[in-house]
Design a protein around this ligand. Structure first.
Ligand SMILES: Cc1cc2nc3c(=O)[nH]c(=O)nc-3n(C[C@H](O)[C@H](O)[C@H](O)COP(=O)(O)OP(=O)(O)OC[C@H]3O[C@@H](n4cnc5c(N)ncnc54)[C@H](O)[C@@H]3O)c2cc1C
Length: 481
């Protein structure tokens, strides 16, 4: 039952991971909730992001493993040449999307959430207009409104997409065809994951990065090792410091590469396809945010750590925003955490997010992960707060499990305070790095010290001993023995 005079206690706009978690959490706590979705239930992650891309990475990763005759021979294994069916790999991803989308929708229905299929917008504070798929346009009232409209791929000016020869990750996840030669614009995590998929399936890749080094968002020490394996060791030609200033779809696709500084065209390429992986923009344009007095910043909705929407440096009562549209950490689990926190605050329990403890992963083979501060951020904090940063490098080469797998190219970099041992961050490249980071994320969440962590027993032989070794070495720097 909703509060008097409102149709609902909470209306959530957008059913991605952020909106889903918010709606589910609110309904499970007895609130009368509606969620509106204009495309597919589950949003980017389920339909066009994490889920299908990880399914493609799982299948293509196996192809890579089985095609690596030299690696297999080191185990004494000699397999026949590997064959794969592109359509069946694509089907695996599509089926998984379907299953997860259905489960997620059923979960909301079971929790008693009203699903309004249509495009939502604000009509002032505590009012949401919904243009439903059946053409009906209706305004609903709610005590609290949560905006969770996510993001869309960013396509820079000069690049024309046709969805077939020049496309974004929205289309790439369908794996409709395998171009012989594909240029991937952007070497962030989406560009890298697709470079992993395409090279495993036999495509030649040109990786184009506008900043002065490839993988610019990753820790520089990790990048040195990762690049050797993920880029130099594969059929990838990487170019940094050049801008794909013009891309024209067709057969072939024509690309003008320009010098970033002078903007002069320095090279022209003709390739079979182009994947544009140049970041994402918030989906906030058609939300009528002005009606509630919200001013976006480059399209992102400003929020505080309780997820309250901020205008003129003050929270707008009963209006919340979560997920990619807030531009904080554009990751599914961050969106979900924000959704839960918004609802906790609606329920009157004061709850704040801790972005420092939210990990991130790139699911290449091997994986890359991180949590907490970068080395640069840690050093800035250290000079502001007058402490010294400790840095430990723990190598997979010394790990029995990694050696048994014949996959020991990897590094963990641990950052901590030398005065009290508090873990500030970690960056890992190597086998199962995405799983390994969670242990450090938990330590960061609790602001734990290596003084305590160094004594925690890890299973032998596991990759987690890479983390154990790092904690133990850090302990020596803090305690001296
Ligand atoms: C290729 C790719 C791979 C990724 N891999 C990972 C990964 O491995 N791990 C990870 O953590 N993250 C990953 N991400 C990022 C992740 O998908 C996003 O961070 C996450 O989906 C954000 O969730 P959200 O709820 O904020 O928004 P979204 O998932 O974008 O959902 C927003 C929803 O709102 C709907 N909507 C928009 N406007 C309206 C409106 N006016 N009315 C009604 N509905 C509306 C949209 O249709 C959409 O369904 C990946 C992204 C991509 C593109």
């Amino acid at each position: 039952m909703s509060e008097a005079n409102f149709d609902f206690d909470v209306i959530v706009i957008g059913a991605g991971y952020g909106g889903f978690d918010a709606a589910k959490h609110a309904a499970e706590h007895g609130l009368n909730v509606a969620i509106t979705e204009s495309r597919d239930m589950g949003g980017t992650c389920v339909n066009r992001g994490c889920v299908p891309s990880k399914a493609l990475l799982a299948a293509s990763g196996r192809v890579r493993e089985l095609a690596n005759a030299e690696h297999l021979a080191s185990f004494g294994i000699h397999a026949s040449p590997v064959r794969f069916e592109r359509q069946k790999i694509a089907d695996h991803a599509n089926n998984l999307v379907e299953t997860i989308r259905t489960n997620l929708t059923k979960t909301l229905e079971r929790a008693g959430v009203t699903i309004l299929r249509g495009k939502g917008r604000l009509e002032g504070v505590q009012r949401v207009g919904v243009r439903q798929f059946n053409g009906v346009d209706k305004v609903f009232t709610a005590k609290d409104v949560i905006v969770a409209t996510g993001s869309d791929p960013f396509v820079p000016p000069g690049i024309e997409t046709d969805g077939r020869t020049v496309f974004t990750s929205d289309e790439a996840i369908n794996l409709e065809w395998l171009p012989k030669w594909i240029a991937i614009i952007g070497s962030g995590y989406i560009g890298l994951e697709f470079a992993d998929i395409y090279t495993a399936l036999g495509c030649e890749v040109t990786l184009i990065e506008a900043l002065d080094r490839v993988m610019p968002t990753f820790d520089p020490d990790l990048t040195k090792i990762a690049k050797r394996n993920l880029i130099d060791g594969r059929d990838i030609d990487a170019r940094a410091g050049v801008l794909a200033s013009k891309v024209s779809p067709g057969c072939p696709v024509r690309i003008d590469l320009s010098d970033v500084k002078t903007r002069e065209v320095v090279e022209k390429l003709e390739v079979d396809a182009v994947l544009v992986a140049t970041g994402r923009v918030p989906t906030s344009k058609e939300l009528n945010l002005e009606s509630a007095g919200v001013e976006t910043i480059r399209g992102f909705i400003p929020i505080d750590d309780q997820m309250r929407v901020i205008a003129n440096e003050k929270p707008i009562a009963n209006l919340w925003a979560v997920g990619d549209v807030t531009g904080k950490l554009m990751l599914a689990h961050a969106a979900a955490a924000q959704g839960t926190i918004a609802v906790e605050n609606i329920l009157g329990k004061s709850s704040q997010i801790d972005y420092r403890s939210i990990p991130a992963a790139t699911f290449t083979h091997p994986e890359i992960s991180s949590v907490g501060l970068s080395e640069k951020e840690a050093k800035t904090l250290a000079s502001n707060e007058n402490f010294e940063v400790g840095i430990i490098r723990s190598y997979f080469k010394a790990n029995s499990k990694a050696l048994a797998e014949l996959d020991s190219d990897g590094l963990m970099k641990l950052l901590f305070r030398k005065d009290n041992g508090e873990v500030l961050g970690a960056h890992i490249y190597g086998l199962h790095a995405a799983d390994l980071i969670q242990e450090v994320a938990n330590a960061v969440a609790r602001r734990q010290s290596v003084i305590q962590l160094a004594y925690e027993v890890h299973t032998h032989p596991t990759l987690s001993e890479v983390v154990e070794v790092a904690y133990k070495q850090a302990y020596k720097q803090v305690c001296g023995s």
